[in-house]
Design a protein around this ligand. Sequence first.
Ligand code: HEM
Length: 344
Amino acid sequence: MNATTTPSASEKSPLAAVRADGTHTLPKPASVPAEDALEDRSRLILAAMVAFRDGDFTVRLPRDWAGNDRLMAEAFNQAISQQERIAHEVARFSGPVGQAGQLAPRMTLPGASGGWTATVDSLNTLLADRVRPTTEVASAGGAAAQSATPKLSILKRLRAETSERHAGLEQRMTVMDPHLSRADYRALIEGFFGYYAPLEARLGASPVWAELSFDFAARRKVPRLEKDLVALGKTAEELTRLPRCAELPELDTMPQVLGCLYVIEGATLGGQVITRHLLATHGITPETGGAFFAGYGAETGPHWQAFGAMITAAERFGAADEIVASANRTFETLDRWLFPRAVR
Ligand code: HEM
């Protein structure tokens, strides 16, 4: 077939059947003499590729070919499905993302690899950057904005300088594993309870709150962890006997408290991703064991922004290095508590 006979997407054959998901397979000719079969398949492949080139991601090659033709059709169909999914996800996210208080949903592409994964990762980074607190701007009107060398805001520093620790912890947590057992999930919640209970007790007793405009008591996560553990079968008496972490970050100064708070407040962002997964994969709701990860729910965005404003304003107390060090120490102690064999 030469260039003059190349079909365009708009000229493609009438559709065979459009599936519920909107995709359609290019129709086969009514009767195909054996000697013409190869040519017919080539035509279908060309038509499908031209449609793909022209941005029609709904077209599919027949699923009933044999041998290598079948493998080729499958590979093509998978590739176009990935592209269709990305286009669909981008369209879905372009609406809510960026609106006040909205969190970036995470784009996922199951089974993706190589360049597909890289594309999705880049888009997720872009989305996360778009919704990262506008509170960062809050401090920019001050001295930092006028300085010749722009100072990195505390939130940006925290994010950048703890990302390695976050990645390690995220990787070790099996909570996103579709095969996670109920017992494993409960053990994870017990682990968080064992860390947060003494941590929140210590944070609550800190004198720093008088100087900060932040309602720490209203943000405590331990009541949610207790609720989850009861929903997952623990009695109130058993809760009192659960082991508690003794190696906590130092929380004697304002910067130390702020760094620690960054970690436990930031965890509510990832919690939204985990919540969607728990519901979709295990049917776990905030009422049946998912209250900790669900956290502030629809209020997560506004709560994070309020925290961002608070920590940005608190920079006036100085010691950004100490804040970052404390955040890393919090990640480190939590990681070691949850995964003692993996983290030294
Ligand atoms: C499987 C487990 C986890 C996953 C999948 C996860 C995922 C995420 C995601 C997607 C974000 C970005 C949310 C957004 O920008 O909209 C995030 C942010 C964050 N997560 Fe996690 N996370 C996990 C565990 C944790 C844990 C256990 C902690 C600490 C207790 C934590 C602390 C943070 C912090 C501090 C941020 C804020 C980063 C920033 O400055 O933007 N995460 N997480």
